[in-house]
Design a binder for this molecule. Sequence first.
Ligand code: MG
Length: 407
Amino acid sequence: MAVATTLSVDAWLLHEEAWLAPYAMSAQKSRGRRHPEPPHSYRGPFQRDRERIVHSSAFRRMTGKTQVLVASVNDHHRTRLTHTLEVTQVARTVARRLRLNEDLTEAIALAHDIGHPPFGHAGEQALDDCLAAFGGFNHNLYGLRRVDELEERYPEFPGLNLTYEIREAFVGHSRLRSGPEYEEFATAGAPLLEAQLVDVVDSIAYDTHDIDDALGLGFISLDELNEVELWATTADRVRHRHPGLSGHAFRTAVVRELLARQVTDLIEDTVRRWDQFPIRNGDDVRLATEPLVGLSSELENQKLALEHFLRERVYRHHRVLRMTANGKRILRALFAEYISAPELLPERHLRRWAGADRVAGYRSGSPLPGRQQIPELERVVGDYLAGMTDRFAQQEYRRLFYPSIDL
Ligand code: MG
């Protein structure tokens, strides 16, 4: 992509040249944007992308979206947004330590969950069922559509017009290797180190904070966790360092140590991998056949046992299941109602549908330039629902199905 030649003002360029490891992704080598734009006078391309993501409406709505627990349960547990911020800061720390591109790492991390529908994985399952005959629903592909098409902020182009490398991470994250969305990225090769890093840090972050939230809400006890090796050995370290610590102070100390232990292991094992399979430059990264960023096999195994515990004792806890069943019911009901009565859709969503003109009362405005009309009503409704927060979906359900004066 085009780069301004006046190096004296391109601080980001000087910084990249002086700081990045040769195998880090340099913005100068980016495959660029779908709609070409002139370079900014003092912000690099990945820096601009990071800021566009933070300014997007999908980013703000993560405040009100479920991570594991419905966002309105209380004010302490993680939401999709606080999870994202935890992933971002850990990923940035590791990126700096490994001399990877921090701007790119941050942008990928900030965007990685932007396509999650309300009510977490339960919401995704519900939408996938509703859209089964229309290609299903996948939060990564929705995230990509969101940043490519659905965000409306800039008059010059649809979406956020992000660089290829950040868009590629959505497809890589979904582990999809076929389908129309993948075609554009089929020639990219193995994922960039920055994308691999965010992927690993995502799972370190949720394993750790889901344990913390589950303890905080009383879904599990410290005694139960002693059967999990990773927790028990980490708790021993804390007891050794702070004898006599108990209750909340003990819990937070172990959670902190658990995170630090995984992050340190991640850095050490990643450096070991890079020594073992020498990577000299970006081409070596793209040609790699093994993951180049990851935890040691010992810690990975302990982490798998922790995840098994989380699945059995937290994600299937009756209070969690009750919330998720409720969320699914809400999305299914809203979906069916909008399909049978599209005139209930807000006009800016309705106009994406090719059949909008047939709806009584529709004032046909021309679609915004460059935005493609999607013919199936089902996809339009699915996209509308996926963009909702938990609370908005709950309110909409009440507005549609309960006698109320609320408009
Ligand atoms: Mg995540």
